[in-house]
Design a protein around this ligand. Sequence first.
Ligand code: NAP
Length: 285
Amino acid sequence: MAILIDGKDVAAKVRAELREEVETMAKERKKRPALAVILVGEDPASQIYVRNKQRACEDVGILSEIYTLGENVSQESLEYIINSLAERRDIDGILLQMPLPKGLDPVKALKCIPPEKDVDAFHPDNVGHIMRGDYRFLPCTPAGVMELLRRYDIDISGKECVVIGRSDIVGKPMAMMLLHSGGTVTICHSKTRNLAEHTRRADILVSAVGKAGFVTADMVKDGAVVIDVGINRNADGKICGDVDFAAVEPKASYITPVPGGVGPMTVAMLMKNTVKAAEISQKTY
Ligand code: NAP
């Protein structure tokens, strides 16, 4: 039977540590970290994510400002708002909730966030740092996976790591971080031939596909560490990951559940990045 990697528990620990840091900062420097979140349109999932981020800020003692814009907002107005937040000294982190409604250019909008306030680490500057391994901010979801591996003492160096998915926000940075930790990394995607031949070699298997039941037991090596990033709904409408948990769990050495695995870590890592952004701004001003 696999050891269950409890993301809820680890996220609570990370948040408790951050709360202490934030309180020290508030006492010693009379300043709390502040995060501005911009939500464009009325996507229900995005609304939930933004609410969760706001609650996490309250929990950790971070100030948050939420800007809700209509889905017909122009690119120019969106960029104006980001630029105004970029200039404000009291705002440490800026997050533009993705996806943006059709007609808006996310790449152009994200470039308006100064790299030192880019708590999602999507700015090309920060992406470059991730490539080189001299990180300022790490993208929250893969950073959350790395934190889970670290806290469960799972060594990456020399291990076969297989990442399924090559998105800019999960798959690619995940692969880079595993690589920087000494893993031998394979990235699989929809064009990969004989996917199971790759995944069966994995000591550490990360799935970031977005399809319920995608990773089946025959795709997993005995004793593998299985990290499920996927968030999907099964036929009963319940939240589930990419991994067929019931079938894979007996083969794995460690496994993350969904919900309660990687998900809570993503928000915890956003809080961590916001505290770091506040530290950077203290040094700058
Ligand atoms: P995405 O941009 O849609 O990327 C999905 C990736 O899966 C793509 O690279 C795609 O390949 C690959 N893929 C699709 N079908 C495949 C197949 N049959 N075989 C192999 N690879 C296949 O999604 P994402 O943003 O990375 O997110 C992935 C999942 O993670 C989603 O369920 C999302 O909701 C979840 N997620 C969770 C968190 C969290 O906090 N836990 C955070 C972010 C995302 P191609 O590139 O070739 O199309």
